[in-house]
Design a protein around this ligand. Structure first.
Ligand code: ZN
Length: 317
């Protein structure tokens, strides 16, 4: 059998047809155009899914289920997106609406939880019964897997790791609170800090690589400048690794999963990221004895589709 996975994002809707072993056979995307009313978005999801199956020569009878990963608070029991600030959705009965077009079992889960589930089943955490995947990107997403199951909390609002507060009255976060881990450990935070610092260091390699234009600064430029031996970039990154380490140490102090998986664009740095972050985790965990594995994610942007698809296949590989 096959499984359809839909990754409903703020910019694009991505749909993939996934095999029993968690491999994406074929996929496609369409713009979300999130300012539309939700019925139109869901209609596009249905049309895109049916077209993908047709293009892949797979008839509906060979599809076991559809899984949807969405940002925000998702009620997997009722199939309702209760709240999403970046998609501007409130109490959308997405399962019911999509089933009007495609009559298959439909599963709904938060998108970061889907990514964590995929890493847990077929990715970097597949050898571990408990794992936490953190995604360092525009924001900081998180998903908690314990005993091979997604932990969403009693009322579907749990697992918001990016919004645990590490600095009272700290920097304002996208959620409206101050001092959230996301405001220090996201790629956005790294870029913001870099802009602040290099104003005072006009001779930094970062200035050269960004052609002296603050708007050109990306996370990659900071890493590239550090690779060139630029002390300013090295210091900025050391501070950044410390913040990543503090957040992961907090997670380990509370849950101590067998593995913590780091995903998102930043994770492309692999050992250059993992080694200093581990040093700071050891500094901040309770007894300094780090037992949990710290690894980079394996599935990249595919994790959302794979995890959503495999919601319909609730067994461990
Ligand atoms: Zn926050």
């Amino acid at each position: 059998m096959y499984y359809l996975g839909i990754d409903l994002g703020g910019t694009n809707i991505a749909v993939g047809v996934v095999s029993e072993d968690g491999t994406i056979i074929n996929s496609c995307t369409t713009p979300t155009l999130s300012n539309r009313n939700f019925q139109e978005i869901i209609k596009d999801m249905a049309n895109l899914s049916l077209k993908l199956l047709e293009d892949s020569n797979i008839s509906l009878e060979y599809v076991a289920s559809i899984g949807i990963g969405s940002p925000g608070v998702c009620n997997s029991d009722t199939g309702v997106i209760e709240y999403s600030n970046n998609l501007k959705l409130l109490n959308v009965p997405i399962k019911y609406e999509l089933q009007r077009y495609i009559n298959l079992p439909i599963y709904l889960e938060n998108d970061a939880n889907c990514a964590a589930y995929a890493e847990s089943l077929v990715g970097a955490a597949k050898d571990y019964k408990s794992s936490i995947t953190v995604t360092l990107g525009t924001g900081v997403g998180g998903g908690i897997i314990i005993d091979n199951k997604i932990v969403t909390g009693a009322f579907n609002r749990g697992g918001e790791i990016g919004h645990h507060i590490i600095n009272v009255n700290g920097i304002e976060c996208s959620c409206g609170n101050k001092g959230c881990w996301e405001a220090y450990a996201s790629a956005t935070a790294l870029i913001r800090e870099t802009k602040n610092v290099i104003k005072n260091f006009p001779n930094s390699k970062i200035n050269e690589l960004s052609q002296n234009n603050l708007d050109n600064i990306t996370a990659k430029i900071v890493f590239d400048a550090a690779d060139c031996g630029d002390d300013i970039a090295i210091n900025i990154l050391d501070n950044y690794y410390r913040y990543i380490g503090i957040g992961i140490a907090n997670i380990i102090n509370i849950l101590e999963p067998m593995a913590v998986i780091i995903g998102g664009g930043i994770s492309a740095q692999k050992d250059k990221l993992i080694i200093p972050v581990k040093k700071y985790i050891k500094e901040y965990i309770y007894d300094g004895n780090l037992k949990s594995e710290i690894k980079v994610a394996k599935l990249g942007n595919d994790a959302g589709i794979i995890g959503a698809a495999l919601l319909g296949k609730k067994i461990k590989f």
